[in-house]
Design a protein around this ligand. Structure first.
Ligand code: HEM
Length: 486
């Protein structure tokens, strides 16, 4: 195209020498910079696909927009997975998050909790539940506090809990059936798990006190993931004020017990009876206070959401409901009329019921993912990251681990699960402390519901509650009970 003679070329070089030098220099600099930038971002991001967007802001607005929609915050993760593949990175509020969607990733993180990873430290969480909460303390205190908190979850305590919960549940369901009115399973579950836990932990049964504590616990729970700024009207402000009131109520309760005014046999009393023990065998007052609050908050919303989803799934899958009812009725027949359930009934005669509970937890993913911070540079399946989220939802919906994962099929639990493929309660040092309590609570609920009643779901709306980190139906799954007539 451009046929230049040697003379013309020399003429150009001679006349445009400075322009050519500047152009060659600029191209070289640009090339060097782009290679260096690629190297830096490669070592930092280790090839994980994803969009980091603008500094600090990243994809924060898209995340909040998903959280504020009726599809729920997991929609943010789902869309990115479709775009980038299962492993992806994003930037939220200035932090880079990597979502770890595999059993291998889960194993690496769970096995290295506290050593290479820690819980994503959120200031608002520590301010709300307290620095001595199991959710916030460092490794050494965590081991001791966890060991000392295990009493309410022992077989002995669970056995008492099952009897009390069964009695409370039977009475409330009967009243609701007699009223013939529709009620939200979610609200019902929230109230009954709360009342049962407060009774077990500190023997609170007075309705007005229960209502006050529940209101304040909800405000604290809402503040846990809020922006930590003390301005009246914000969730953080309301949560911290509620925490102050709760601490006062609990402290007064401890004071009355120390004076001997009251001494019911419950979890709090057992903790106080350790006062003369060596320091590694007891909890300080602040540890007791913060962890009473932690247990209530960690146990109530999770268990109530699972109860709600179990009703929804059983309504959608009538053959599963029929099989469950058959098992539960056959167990009832072996007991005398009006007898309470025992922990032995729950453990030995509800094998299909337990599979229903597991399948409910697999499909509902009450805790969608478990956040951790990498304490050092780390490599999981070749990926390096900063904030690493064990994506339990992705693992529970993985078709290579669960055939037809969107099908509610409790019988799949007849087969043994691959390690780290079923993690609704987490795993390792931070495994859910209330795991057995949650399972027996849902089993007792399913027993009374299916052996005593049939129900109709009164609102088929599938939209999820907005601004919630636990997936729950916006409607709360309202139902109307009818007595079961065999
Ligand atoms: C269906 C109900 C429940 C589900 C799905 C559930 C799930 C979980 C999960 C996944 C974790 C670990 C989170 C992580 O690794 O970051 C956890 C921790 C915890 N759960 Fe539960 N939970 C439930 C019920 C309960 C109940 C009833 C209680 C107590 C009354 C409870 C108390 C706790 C506590 C104290 C921790 C922190 C453990 C630690 O850090 O050592 N949970 N739960």
């Amino acid at each position: 195209m451009m046929n230049l003679s040697m003379e013309e070329l020399l003429f150009l070089v001679h006349n445009y020498y400075d322009v050519i030098i500047v152009a060659v220099f600029s191209i070289t600099i640009t090339l060097c910079l782009s290679i260096a930038w690629r190297r830096v971002t490669r070592t930092e991001n280790s090839y994980i696909p994803g969009r980091l967007g603008l500094p600090f802001i990243g994809e924060t607005f898209s995340f909040f927009s998903a959280t504020n929609s009726s599809k729920g915050c997991y929609d943010f993760v789902r869309l990115r997975r479709l775009r980038h593949g299962n492993w992806f990175k994003t930037r939220l509020l200035g932090k880079i998050h990597v979502f770890a969607p595999s059993t291998e990733g889960a194993r690496t993180i769970f096995a290295n909790d506290f050593v290479k990873f820690n819980k994503g430290y959120v200031k608002s969480m520590a301010d709300a539940v307290g620095e001595k909460s199991l959710l916030c303390v460092p490794h050494e205190s965590h081991k001791r506090i966890r060991r000392l908190l295990s009493d309410p979850f022992s077989m002995n305590s669970l056995s008492k809990f099952v009897k009390n919960f069964d009695k409370m549940l039977s009475e409330r369901l009967k009243t609701l059936e007699k009223s013939g009115k529709s009620f939200s399973v979610l609200k019902f579950g929230m109230k009954i798990t709360f009342d049962a836990m407060c009774n077990m932990l500190m023997s609170v049964t007075d309705e007005s006190l229960l209502q006050q504590i529940e209101k304040d616990c909800t405000a604290v729970s809402d503040a846990m993931l809020s922006f930590p700024i003390m301005i009246p009207g914000t969730r953080y402000y309301r949560g911290l004020k509620a925490r102050k009131r709760l601490m006062k109520t609990f402290t007064e309760m401890i004071g009355r017990r120390r004076k001997g005014v009251e001494c019911p046999q419950d979890f709090l009393q057992k903790m106080l009876e350790r006062e003369s023990y060596p320091s590694d065998e007891k909890l300080s007052d602040q540890e007791i206070l913060d962890n009473l609050l932690t247990l209530i908050i960690a146990g109530q919303t999770t268990t109530a959401a699972a109860m709600m989803w179990s009703v929804k799934y059983l309504d959608d899958n009538r053959e599963v409901q029929d099989r469950l009812r058959e098992e539960q009725l056959s167990m009832s027949k072996s007991k005398s009329d009006g007898a309470s359930l025992t922990i032995e009934d729950v453990n030995s005669s509800m094998s299909y019921g337990l599979k229903v509970v597991k399948e409910t937890l697999r499909m509902s993913n009450v805790l969608l993912w478990f956040p951790r911070v990498a304490l050092n540079d780390c490599t999981i399946e070749g990926k390096k990251g900063w904030h690493v989220n064990i994506d339990a939802t992705c693992i529970h919906y993985d078709p290579t681990l669960y055939k037809d994962p969107m099908q509610f099929n409790p019988s799949r639990f007849e087969e043994i699960q691959k390690p780290y493929s079923f993690i609704p309660f987490g795993s390792g040092a931070r495994t859910c402390l209330g795991m057995n309590m949650a399972k027996v609570t849902i089993l007792v609920f399913l027993h009374r519901l299916t052996s005593g009643y049939t129900w109709t779901v009164d609102d088929p709306d599938l939209r999820l509650e907005k601004k919630a980190h636990i997936p729950r139906l916006r409607s709360g799954c309202p139902i109307t009970l009818k007595p079961w007539n065999s």
